[in-house]
Design a protein around this ligand. Sequence first.
Ligand code: UDX
Length: 434
Amino acid sequence: MKIAVIGTGYVGLVSGTCFSEFGHEVTCVDKDPKKIEALNNDIMPIYEPGLDTLVSKNRTGGRLHFTTDLKDAMRGAEAVFIAVGTPSRRGDGHADLQYVFAAVDEAADYIDSYTVVVTKSTVPVGTGARIRERLAAKLDESLFDVASNPEFLREGAAIEDFMRPNRVVCGADSDRAQEVLRELYRPLYLNETPVLFTSRETAEVIKYAANAFLATKISFINEMADLCEKVGADVQQVARGIGLDSRIGSKFLHAGPGYGGSCFPKDTRALVSTADEHQVPMRIVRSVVEVNEERKRAMADKIIRACGGAVDGKKIAILGLTFKPNTDDMRESPSLDIIPALQKAGASIAAHDPKGMEEAAEMFENITLSEDPYDIMADADALVILTEWNQFRALDMARVKSLLKTPTLVDLRNIYANADMTGFTYVGVGRAPE
Ligand code: UDX
């Protein structure tokens, strides 16, 4: 099947590439000529494990094309995926749909035979209906259908998530559109992936409900961690103790510095904003957002307490800047709140991240970045682990201790055990009374 994907950001690039791996003929379109030129030379705009190999393989195999020419991409395409950004609108947290509508309007000019216009971008419920109206103003209704096919890709594991998903959700009202989507995902039927066909509105809500529920688990366990610290309980054991109940499940119960990334913060805010528009209180998700925002700020205070109550004139070494491992993405990373707060309190910061330093260099002021994780520790008053990269899980602790001025380790991801930290002032999350 021939398809076009508009937007070669994270979602568009991964989805387009994986569809071509399924055997479909895919053309990815982007307005940015530099990005397209780079992709045509197998240079990736983002770091995602395995993506470069898959792009190169399918591009040279003739199934994956990159262009700035939408007309060319749309020729003969049976489906066009809208995968442009939907950032939080400044002020009200609502998803900004200007790029989605611009892409739809442009695509409409090149639809001359039946095409399914599919939203992959996360869009508030009702957007599919608005897209339908826009298209109907320009085109005969027999020429198109509008469907919603949300993605559930985790950065760092996106290829795996696309190729072996827990489920695929297709929101489409007509049989014809459902047939196109069924054909696109046919390779997944072989491994019995559940493919859910729903109305467009239901699919749109599923996407937000999934992200909001996962974010809720995280804020929930983070609040439990706070309680554990006060009463001398261990949040990791609490998470295990509740997670083994299959009604609860053990995933997404890791306490930490708060969730970040391109989805959870933006989508939870957008969901609250959609609910407001429909006069639905959505109290739980609202609290999840508040708990997370406060948590990022509270983490700086936790580090300051571990340093004896003040960091003025002290040097803090930070391992991990990205919002999670295996990505170079800094969007809404807890480091963006924690580091400036420490600097404001008078600390100087030296940091290392395996993939995020290029972006970080643009986002932080007065920060020393080093390619070597041990370099940053020399004469530091404390070492803080902000992101659980595998590289940080087996540090040479004797070397760390000899480098630090004071052997204080604040482990905001709980990757070390209290018992292994003899000789250190060790502070984890939700594990010991401070
Ligand atoms: C998320 C969803 O998982 C994915 O389905 C959706 O399509 C996009 O948003 P992603 O943002 O890539 O994916 O990362 P994810 O692994 O879900 O982690 C999000 C944030 O939650 C990270 O900051 C992570 O550190 C944090 N997190 C996750 C926790 O603090 N504790 C956990 O137990 C799990």
